[in-house]
Every structure is written in structure tokens, then in C-alpha cells.
Design a protein around this ligand. Structure first.
Ligand code: HEC
Ligand code: HEC
Ligand code: HEC
Ligand code: HEC
Ligand code: HEC
Ligand code: HEC
Length: 504
């Protein structure tokens, strides 16, 4: 067999190093690509390695080859080494030139093909939930964990955070590149501040799937509470929520989704970053052009403040701000775990204890899980020794239930807790609807933004045992506060003024 030959200019250290690096990187990419095609589920770092780390090595190696050849040619010309006194020439009659040209030609084709597949896969990969949620696992762990439990667990992160179109794609990749850098140098904020200021308008994300004209009517929903007494008494509240609709052609424009900006435009000015303090609201009727301005009469804005502000147009995210990352409060997480029997509700005062230990401050998740186990064991061992001896299995499984509830909702490393991330749906532990509906927002004509319980929902049933009968009138029941000592305070005060996600 004849000897395989390449042009002599290639034989220099730089080019040879390039050939070496490119070959290794290329072979690795080929093998990984084959694995990626065969396997359905691969480690998230696999993608980072395949689509982001290897290609620069491959390209870098390829670049080194002509650079080395050029340097070598310069040295030959200067007479430092012998060979090739003139520009290199290509003569296909010479075997080594034929070999080099063939390698170059086929190499380019293979490279372009691989490059096309690679960049297509890289595009898909950076759009995937695995990339967003798992790759930077410490930072995105809270969002990813809550996401998996949410109704949107099958919706890709990018459907809400990027949406369709090239413009936002490029924008997201640019800010993404900064985020990767911020992560690498450990410079990201904990917790990540919300509301996200430049979140894409809901019309272009949520409304790709949710059709705002669709009429929802009313929605029945049960809220399960357990009281802080020794029996952990179950106290469900069953509501018919008047979700309603916003489009006159599909139904009445009544109820909660009236704010969806189909027949009206609702704008507001907020004083704080968190958009919790909303002293000014403007409603424009799109048909008649009538404008109504509501101001918080106890704390209105001055004319100058109004002029200086840019009102925000209300959209889905002003109410549904946690459609996918809802961090339950200890109170609610305990209720859910008790309801699902992950925590045994026959253990005396278990709800009080769970909420107390979950709400404590921790540095790390590991520390929290250990403290939970120690605290619950100590409590029952000291206070209820007989029960502790007889109910070990149930106490152990309840501890696992508490640990799980903690790990799904509280993330000490990222300082993510219910009290850093308020939800705007409802008004139980966060102001939510009551940012405007607390009964203090009045218009010049004296109209008040309603605080009537029945404007938003009717109570179908409340409490357990003998009380639990269903309401028999369309107006439903009058709210009854489970804790008798609190009496009728709820008539004047917001629930969130006493309830904050822990024992009030
Ligand atoms: C159904 C839509 C939706 C999906 C799907 C979604 N998000 Fe979000 N996400 C939001 C909204 C809306 C906010 C902003 C809330 C605000 O501005 O107050 C948000 C906020 C965030 C924040 C800011 C911090 C926080 O917890 O609020 C991060 C980080 C985040 N999302 C990451 C992700 C990741 C990672 C995924 C995929 C695993 C994902 N999101 C999927 C809608 C979504
Ligand atoms: C890619 C499609 C998609 C996008 C984008 C999307 N959603 Fe959804 N959403 C769904 C689907 C599907 C469901 C129903 C899930 C189920 O019932 O299992 C849903 C359910 C909901 C629900 C009802 C939740 C419940 O508890 O039943 C709300 C509220 C909601 N979405 C709000 C939003 C908001 C707000 C946004 C934008 C930030 C958004 N969605 C973006 C697909 C989407
Ligand atoms: C004024 C606040 C508000 C605004 C604005 C709003 N919603 Fe809602 N939405 C609610 C409430 C309250 C419910 C009742 C469900 C609940 O309490 O969890 C609801 C229910 C829903 C549901 C579930 C309906 C069902 O029958 O399962 C979907 C889906 C939804 N909203 C999507 C949207 C979308 C998309 C937008 C923006 C175009 C939007 N909402 C704007 C407050 C709002
Ligand atoms: C930014 C302020 C603001 C927020 C936040 C807000 N609303 Fe409203 N809402 C208004 C205004 C203003 C009106 C209309 C008053 C008018 O002109 O009739 C209104 C009207 C309503 C109506 C009556 C619609 C009708 O039939 O006339 C319902 C029901 C309602 N809101 C429910 C809710 C619920 C539920 C929430 C929380 C999820 C909420 N709103 C949050 C400002 C707000
Ligand atoms: C502006 C609309 C609005 C008004 C006014 C309103 N609510 Fe609500 N309320 C809601 C919405 C929306 C929810 C559902 C929240 C959710 O889906 O998580 C809710 C939830 C509740 C719940 C269940 C809370 C939980 O987490 O267990 C109770 C109880 C309740 N409301 C009582 C009242 C009472 C009593 C009044 C009158 C003083 C009142 N509400 C006034 C909108 C309103
Ligand atoms: C003046 C303060 C105050 C107000 C206002 C208030 N609560 Fe309470 N609530 C309490 C106290 C105190 C308890 C009893 C806690 C205990 O047993 O230690 C309680 C207990 C409860 C419980 C049972 C235990 C739990 O946390 O699940 C529910 C449910 C409840 N309240 C709902 C509401 C709702 C809904 C509103 C608003 C309509 C409201 N409360 C307004 C102080 C208040």
C-alpha cells in the first residue's frame, strides 16, 4: 500500500495540535450525538457538554490548522526552515494535494452537516425544561420543584418566559448569557426579585394557550383547613368562585374575568416594587370611552405623583402571578399534607408543631430536615411518652411527610419562602384582590371598588361535622370565622392582616 501523504506545510506543531484537538472533539461529539439519539432521558450536563463545550474545541482545532500552516509558510519564506520558497499551490495531479483537497472537501461537508444538526439540537436544548430547570440546579431548584407540582407541569418554561418569535428569542438568549455568567461568578440575587419587570406581556404568552374570550362561568373550589387545636379539627370552606368572562359575545361580561381587558381597560399605579401598594386605578370603558378613576381615600396620590408615574395595564399576571411557582406557606403546606394523610391528623397538636418548625429560619435544607425530625421526636417523647412509645411508625411517617412538605415549598439556600413571594389570587394571607377591593378605593362620583364577599364568590359550605350542610339559597352562607375568639373582626379587617401563613 502506498504511503498516505499530506502537503508538507501541515507538518508543523500548531497545525498538528489543531488536527489532534479537532479529531478528539469531533469523535466525542459524534459518539455523544449517537447516544443522544438512542437514549430518551440523558443527564442535563450531557447537553451542555455536547452542544456548548465541545463545539468551540472542535472549531478551535480546525482554526489552528490554517494558522499553523500560515506561520510555517512565513518561516519558510524567511529562510528559517527549508521548503516551499513560493506560495503554496494546489495540483491535483500530486497525490498529497489530492488527499488534502479530498479531506478538506468532505471534512467541510461533514462539518456543515454536524454543525446544522448540532445548532438545531443546541437550540432545542436551550429551550428545554431540563436546561432551564435542572442545569443550574441550585438557583432554579425552587422554581423547578414548584413547577412540577403545578397545573403547568407539562408546559415548557420558555412558553411563559420567552414565547414565540425571533425578537424575544434573541433577547432571552442575551439575558440568558448574562445569567450564566452571574451564576458562574456566584453573583445572583437570593431570592430572585419579583415581579419580573420585563416579563413578556401575557397577551403574547398565556394567551397563546388560554383564550381570553372563552367564558368560564363559576368554579367550585374547596379550601381545606385544619385548626390549631389539639384535635387538628378539619375545617373545609367550599366556595363557588364567580370567575365569569370578559367578552360580551361569549357570555356576560361579569365576574372576576371582567378585568381581562376585552371590554374595558384597567390600569393602575403602584408605589412599591412589589406592586402591593396600589393607590390609583383607572378604568376605561372601551365602548363608551367613559373613564373612572378610583383612589385610595386614606392614602391618595398627589397630582404630581400621578403625572410622574406610568400606569401599568392590568393583565393575567397581575392576578395569576404564581401560575407555575407557588410556594405554599407552612399553614397551607401543613393543611395539604394532613389532607393527603402524609401527616397523621390524630397526633395531638401536630398542625401547630408542623407550622412552627417549618417556619423557622435555616441555612440549608439538610439542617432543616434534621431539625424537623429532632423537634417532632422531642416533642412527643417529652409530652406524650405513652403515645410516643405506641405510635412510633406513625410519628416517623409524619416526620417524612413534614420533611417532604418543607422540601417542596421552602428553599433556604435561595431564601425562597412564602413570605418572599406573594400570590395575588385571593386575599387570605396576601392582600391580592384587596390591593384594590379592600373597600377604600373610591371614585369622584363616590363609587367604591366592591368589598362585598358575594361579588366574587358564594360560600356553599363551611366547617365540619354538624355544620357541614350545603347552603340552600343562591346567596350562600354568611362567612363564619372558625376561631370564636376572633368574632366578627373579618368584617372590618382583611384576613391577611392576621393570617400570614403561620399560626395567627
Ligand atoms: C405558566 C407559565 C410559566 C411557566 C411554565 C414557568 N414560569 Fe417561571 N414564572 C412565571 C411568571 C408569571 C412569573 C413571574 C411572577 C412575577 O413577576 O411576579 C415567573 C417567575 C419565575 C422566576 C422568578 C422567581 C420566582 O420564583 O418567581 C424564575 C426564576 C422562573 N420563573 C423560572 C422558571 C423555570 C426554570 C421554569 C421551568 C421549569 C418556569 N419558570 C416555568 C410563569 C411561568
Ligand atoms: C403552552 C400552553 C400554556 C401556556 C403558555 C400557559 N398555560 Fe395556563 N394552562 C395550560 C394548560 C394545558 C392548563 C390545564 C392544566 C390541567 O388542567 O391539567 C392550564 C391551566 C391554567 C390555569 C388553571 C389552573 C388550575 O388550578 O386549574 C390557570 C389559572 C392558568 N393556566 C393561567 C396561565 C397563565 C397566567 C399563563 C401565563 C403566565 C399561562 N397559564 C400560560 C396551558 C398553558
Ligand atoms: C382580576 C384578577 C384576574 C385576572 C386579571 C385574570 N384572572 Fe384568571 N382567574 C382569576 C380567579 C380569581 C380565578 C378563579 C380560580 C381561583 O380562584 O383559583 C381565575 C381562573 C382562571 C382560569 C381557570 C378557569 C377554570 O374554570 O378552570 C384560567 C385558565 C384563567 N383564570 C386564565 C386567565 C388568563 C389567561 C388571564 C389573562 C387573559 C386571566 N386569567 C386574568 C382571576 C383573574
Ligand atoms: C388593580 C386593582 C384591582 C385588582 C388588583 C383587582 N380588582 Fe377587581 N376590580 C377593580 C376595579 C377598578 C373594578 C371595577 C369597578 C367598576 O368600575 O365597576 C373591579 C371589579 C371587580 C368585580 C366586579 C365586576 C363586575 O361584575 O362589575 C369583580 C368580581 C372583581 N373585581 C374581582 C376581583 C378579584 C377576584 C380580584 C383578585 C383576584 C380582583 N378583582 C383584583 C380593580 C381591581
Ligand atoms: C374582590 C373579590 C373578593 C372579595 C370582595 C372577597 N373575596 Fe374571598 N376570595 C376571593 C378569591 C378570588 C378567592 C379564591 C382564592 C384562591 O383561589 O386561592 C377567595 C377566597 C376566600 C376564602 C377561602 C380562603 C382560603 O384560602 O381558605 C374565604 C374564606 C373567603 N374568600 C372569604 C371572603 C369573605 C368573608 C369576604 C367578605 C368580607 C370575601 N372573601 C371577599 C375573592 C374575593
Ligand atoms: C383579627 C384577626 C383575624 C382576622 C381578621 C381573621 N382571622 Fe382567621 N383566625 C384568627 C385567629 C386568632 C385564629 C385562630 C388561630 C389558633 O387557633 O391559634 C384564626 C383561625 C382561622 C382559621 C382556622 C385555622 C387556619 O388558619 O386555617 C381559618 C380557616 C380562618 N381563620 C380564616 C379566616 C378568613 C377566611 C378570614 C378573612 C375573611 C379571617 N380568618 C380573618 C384571626 C383572624
Amino acid at each position: 500500500m502506498k504511503e498516505f501523504k499530506l502537503p508538507r506545510l501541515v507538518y508543523n506543531w500548531v497545525s498538528l495540535a489543531g488536527v489532534f484537538v479537532a479529531t478528539i472533539a469531533g469523535l466525542l461529539m459524534l459518539v455523544l450525538l449517537i447516544i443522544a439519539f438512542i437514549e430518551d432521558e440523558v443527564n442535563p450536563y450531557f447537553g451542555v457538554f455536547l452542544y456548548m463545550v465541545l463545539p468551540p474545541f472542535f472549531l478551535g482545532g480546525l482554526f489552528l490548522i490554517p494558522i499553523g500552516m500560515y506561520r510555517h509558510w512565513k518561516r519558510v519564506k524567511r529562510g528559517e526552515v527549508v521548503a516551499y520558497p513560493q506560495w503554496p499551490y494546489i495540483d491535483l495531479n500530486i497525490r498529497s494535494h489530492r488527499n488534502a483537497s479530498a479531506i478538506f472537501f468532505f471534512g467541510t461537508i461533514i462539518f456543515l452537516a454536524l454543525g446544522a444538526i448540532g445548532s438545531y439540537e443546541a437550540f432545542h436544548y436551550t429551550e428545554s425544561v431540563a436546561f432551564c430547570g435542572k442545569t443550574c440546579h441550585i438557583i432554579m431548584k425552587p422554581e423547578y420543584t414548584a413547577y412540577q407540582e403545578s397545573p403547568h407541569a407539562r408546559v415548557a418554561c420558555v412558553s411563559c418566559h420567552v414565547g414565540p418569535g425571533a425578537g424575544w428569542y434573541a433577547k432571552s438568549k442575551l439575558s440568558g448569557a448574562y445569567q450564566v455568567y452571574a451564576t458562574a461568578i456566584n453573583k445572583f440575587p437570593r431570592p430572585i426579585p419579583t415581579p419580573i419587570k420585563d416579563l413578556r406581556p401575557a397577551q403574547e404568552t398565556c394567551e397563546q394557550c388560554h383564550w381570553p374570550e372563552k367564558f368560564f362561568g363559576s368554579q367550585q373550589k374547596q379550601f381545606d383547613h385544619f385548626m390549631y387545636d389539639s384535635a387538628n379539627t378539619h375545617w373545609p370552606i367550599n366556595l363557588l368562585i364567580k370567575t365569569g368572562g370578559g367578552d360580551p359575545s361569549t357570555g356576560q361580561t361579569a365576574g372576576i374575568h371582567w378585568h381581562m381587558n376585552i371590554g374595558v381597560k384597567v390600569e393602575y399605579i403602584h408605589r412599591d416594587e412589589k406592586r402591593l401598594d396600589i393607590p390609583w386605578v383607572r378604568v376605561t370603558d372601551k365602548k363608551t370611552g367613559k373613564i373612572t378613576v378610583y383612589q385610595n381615600e386614606e392614602n391618595p396620590l398627589t397630582e404630581e405623583e400621578i403625572k410622574a408615574a406610568t400606569p401599568r395595564i392590568m393583565d393575567c399576571v397581575d392576578c395569576h402571578n404564581r401560575p407555575s411557582h407557588f410556594y405554599n406557606s407552612p399553614d397551607h403546606a401543613a393543611d395539604m399534607a394532613l389532607l393527603k394523610n402524609h401527616i397523621n391528623d390524630s397526633l395531638p397538636y401536630i398542625k401547630t408543631k408542623v407550622v412552627k418548625i417549618m417556619a423557622a429560619e435555616y441555612e440549608t435544607e439538610e439542617q432543616a430536615l434534621n431539625e424537623i425530625s429532632k423537634f417532632i421526636n422531642d416533642y412527643y417523647r417529652n409530652r406524650y411518652p405513652n403515645l410516643y412509645a405506641g405510635e412510633r411508625a406513625s410519628i416517623d411517617s409524619s416526620i417524612r411527610g413534614i420533611q417532604q412538605a418543607f422540601a417542596q415549598n421552602i428553599f433556604p439556600e435561595m431564601k425562597v419562602r412564602w413570605d418572599n413571594y406573594s400570590s395575588n389570587i385571593g386575599h387570605f394571607i396576601y392582600p391580592g384582590c384587596m390591593r384594590c377591593h379592600e373597600g377604600k378605593h373610591k371614585s369622584a362620583e363616590g363609587k367604591t371598588v366592591t368589598r362585598e364577599c358575594i361579588a366574587c364568590h358564594t360560600i356553599l359550605a363551611q366547617g365540619s361535622g354538624a355544620r357541614a350542610a350545603m347552603a340552600s339559597t343562591p346567596e350562600g352562607l354568611i362567612f363564619e370565622h372558625p376561631d370564636e375568639n376572633t368574632g366578627e373582626a373579618w368584617m372590618e379587617m382583611g384576613c391577611y392582616e392576621c393570617h400570614s401563613g403561620v399560626q395567627p
